[in-house]
Each structure stands twice: as structure tokens, then as C-alpha cells.
Design a protein around this ligand. Structure first.
Ligand code: DSN
Length: 420
């Protein structure tokens, strides 16, 4: 296996590990990555993640640390916070959560007591584990009340949300999720939360980059707390942020540290700062709008090829395909597409009669391909490969998958991945 020239010290010290990194770089370069929660970070974000900031402990917050030697770290964190508040138009940002699940857990710690009712979208409907789903600590320690989408439209049933909220009086209401192809009506959720006396948490992990780039409405005027990861459409390192109004700043900060976490990962904070700087540039707005334009074009092309799309299409970066009519389960299709160089994930669809580990759907999205520069002109080819790949999965035609893999690699070579 060729050693990666980009990591000479790693290659010399640990060739086995370096070989795996090189193989992953090649895989990310050659394949069409359609997982909607993934992306390619810039070289600058990658470099910031690999700095000596790694070597420093800094429990506490800028100016209020439990370790000395924070002359530079404080400035790094202040920069990240200032860039987050400016970009998202919020009073306060905490950039220390290690990732999305710990960030959401901190929200529970800040605003609820064990046993309280909390409301979120059911996981099989497109929600997230940490929105009170049973197998998560948030569903075990709190009383999860779950809403969904309508079976006839695939859209969130806001009447159901209001009825449940007024009946159950949850402490928290989460909006947002992991498989929602449509715009989230933050204002409507805020009205329901107000009526029910609940704290509204907008989990914008999937769409943070679209919001930053003006391609999705912002929750800032409506939500009490905004939770997000930084590595999806926002195109930063693996990390998270909690943002809120000033009145909630103390509770949020206290919940993250010392409530839940120890020292922040300063190298990640630095990379978040870089990503936020990149997201404030005009080119990021172009990227965010291109993500949505590509998803819309791809959805149209898929529908034209007879694919059944949950909610009939998309408003954002994500498309949820129900393969029931294609007579192929989601997992078999996802694995076949993987062999064809097209990386997706199998996913439940609303009201799925199949089990979560072998569901009826696949979930795809356009952030990664957009970061590589693919545009609407390439979406017919992408839809074609998906159509042929799913047909090959049904027919067990490995030759067809191999042929698609070669075509995919040829196109991807023309669109070099950022950061690699
Ligand atoms: N793992 C994320 C996703 O893929 O949507 C959610 O946490």
C-alpha cells in the first residue's frame, strides 16, 4: 500500500495506521459520497484540527479557567464564539460540546429534571435518538413524547404536535432531525412551545450550513436554544455548539461544563472557528444554495425514474427514498450502491413495516458532491447510477455494479475533493 506523502511523520512512525488513512483518502476521492450528514472539510479546517492546541487543558471558559497558560487558548475560544454569534445572529454560543449527542444531553441538564416529559420527533419518522427516543438515555431518564409526520403527506403534523404538547406539557420541545427533507417551520414550533410553556430546542445539525448560507430560514428569532453539530452542511470539524438567548446563557454553559464535560477539545474549537470564518464568506452562500439546487434537481431526476420520495421531494440537502415499490430493501440497495462506488445509508421511512436494521429506505444528500463542485448538470448522471444500482441490487448483477463504479470514479476524478 502506498504511503501517504501528506503525512510523512505518521507514515514513518506508524506505517500500518498511515496506510489506513491513505486508503480512506483514496476512498473519499474515488467515490460519490451521498450521506447527507457528511461533507469534505477544507485543508484549513484539517490543519487547525491537527495543531498543538491538542496539548492543552482548559476546563472552564475564557477568563475563568482552572488551568494556567490560557493566553492563546482563550483567544481561540473567544474567536469561535464571536464568529458563531455573528453568523447565526444569536446572543450566546457555547462551542465546547464534544458532539451533537452530548450537546443535546446538556440541554436536558440545563432545563429538565429526570422523569420530566420531553417532546421530539420519533426516530423512525426522521427525528434523532437524543430527542427522547426510548433506547437513548434521553428516553430512559425522561418521559419521551414523540410526534411524527402524516402518512398521506410525509409532512410534520403540527396539529398533532400542538395536541400532544398541550396534553403532556413537556419541559422541552425539540424540532429538527436526521431525515427531514422539508423546511422546518420554527415560528410554528415556537408558538406551540409558548402555549405549552416548554423550552423550544431547534436541532439544526443537518441544516446549519444551509441556515448560515441563507438557504433555509433561521431558528434564531424563534428558538430558546439552538443545538448543532459542526461537521455536516456547516463543513467544520466533528464537534458541536449550543446557542441561545442571553437569559439562558448561564444555564447552558453550566450544563456543558462542569455539568457534563471536562476539558474542551481546543484543536476542535480552533477548527470550528476556521469553519465559521469560511461560512461567513460570500462563496459559502453560493455553496449553500447550490446544495439545495442540486438536491431539488436530483429529486426531480429520481422521481422521473419512478422512485418514491418521502414527502414527494425536498426543500433542503436531503432526499429520503422509499424503495418498497422497487422491490429491494434499503440495506440490500445501500450495500449494492456501496459496491458501485456510491455511498449512502439505509434508513427507515415513516410508517416503515420493516425493522430499523433492515428498513425500506435509503437516505441521500448533496452536501459532499456540492463541495466537490458538481452541479445540476451532473444530477441526471447521479440519478441514473442510483437507478441502475438499485436495479442491479434487485437482479444480483455484480457486473453492472462494477461498471457503475468505474463511471463514478471517472467523474469524481474531474471534481477533486477539497482537503484531500
Ligand atoms: N449520525 C447523524 C446523521 O447521520 O444524521 C445523526 O446524529
Amino acid at each position: 500500500m502506498a504511503l501517504p506523502l501528506a503525512h510523512p511523520a505518521l507514515a514513518a512512525a506508524d506505517p500500518e495506521l498511515a496506510g489506513l488513512v491513505a486508503a480512506e483518502e483514496r476512498l473519499q476521492a474515488d467515490t460519490l459520497r451521498l450521506i447527507p450528514s457528511e461533507n469534505y472539510v477544507s485543508r484549513a479546517v484539517l490543519e487547525a484540527s491537527g495543531t498543538v492546541l491538542q496539548n492543552k487543558y482548559s476546563e472552564g471558559y475564557p477568563g475563568r479557567r482552572y488551568y494556567e497558560g490560557q493566553q492563546n487558548i482563550d483567544q481561540v475560544e473567544r474567536l469561535a464564539v464571536a464568529r458563531a454569534t455573528a453568523l447565526f445572529g444569536v446572543d450566546h454560543a457555547n462551542v465546547q460540546p464534544y458532539s451533537g449527542s452530548p450537546a443535546n444531553l446538556a440541554v436536558y441538564l440545563a432545563f429538565a429534571e429526570p422523569g420530566d416529559a420531553v417532546m421530539g420527533m420519533a426516530l423512525p419518522m426522521g427525528g434523532h435518538l437524543t430527542h427522547g427516543w426510548g433506547v437513548s438515555a434521553t428516553g430512559a431518564w425522561f418521559r419521551g413524547v414523540q410526534y411524527g409526520v402524516r402518512q398521506d403527506t410525509g409532512l410534520i403534523d403540527l396539529d398533532q404536535v400542538r395536541d400532544l404538547a398541550l396534553k403532556e406539557r413537556p419541559k422541552l420541545i425539540f424540532c429538527g432531525g436526521t431525515a427531514l427533507p422539508r423546511t422546518i417551520d420554527f415560528a410554528a414550533f415556537a408558538e406551540i412551545a409558548r402555549e405549552a410553556g416548554a423550552v423550544l430546542v431547534a436541532d439544526i445539525a443537518h441544516i446549519a450550513g444551509l441556515i448560515a448560507g441563507g438557504a433555509h430560514p433561521s431558528p434564531a428569532p424563534h428558538a430558546d436554544v439552538v443545538s448543532t453539530t459542526t461537521h455536516k452542511t456547516l463543513r467544520g470539524p466533528r464537534g458541536a455548539m449550543l446557542m441561545c438567548r442571553e437569559e439562558h446563557a448561564k444555564a447552558v454553559d453550566k450544563a456543558v461544563f462542569p455539568g457534563l464535560q471536562g476539558g474542551p477539545h481546543n484543536q476542535t474549537t480552533a477548527a470550528i472557528a476556521v469553519a465559521l470564518h469560511e461560512a461567513a464568506q460570500p462563496s459559502f452562500r453560493d455553496y449553500a444554495h447550490a446544495v439545495v439546487a442540486n438536491a431539488r434537481a436530483l429529486a426531480e431526476q429520481l422521481a422521473a425514474r419512478g422512485f418514491d420520495l418521502v414527502s414527494g421531494g425536498t426543500d433542503n440537502h436531503l432526499i429520503l427514498i422509499d424503495l418498497t415499490g422497487k422491490d429491494v430493501p434499503g440495506k440490500a440497495a445501500a450495500k449494492a450502491l456501496d459496491r458501485a462506488g456510491i455511498v449512502v445509508n439505509y434508513n427507515t421511512v415513516p410508517y416503515d413495516p420493516r425493522k430499523p436494521f433492515d428498513p425500506s429506505g435509503i437516505r441521500i444528500g448533496t452536501p459532499s458532491l456540492t463541495s466537490r463542485g458538481l452541479g445540476v448538470a451532473q444530477m441526471p448522471a447521479v440519478a441514473d447510477w442510483i437507478g441502475r444500482g438499485v436495479a442491479a441490487a434487485r437482479a444480483g448483477d455484480e457486473g453492472a455494479l462494477t461498471a457503475i463504479r468505474a463511471e463514478v470514479a471517472e467523474l469524481m476524478a474531474a471534481f477533486p475533493a477539497p482537503g484531500l
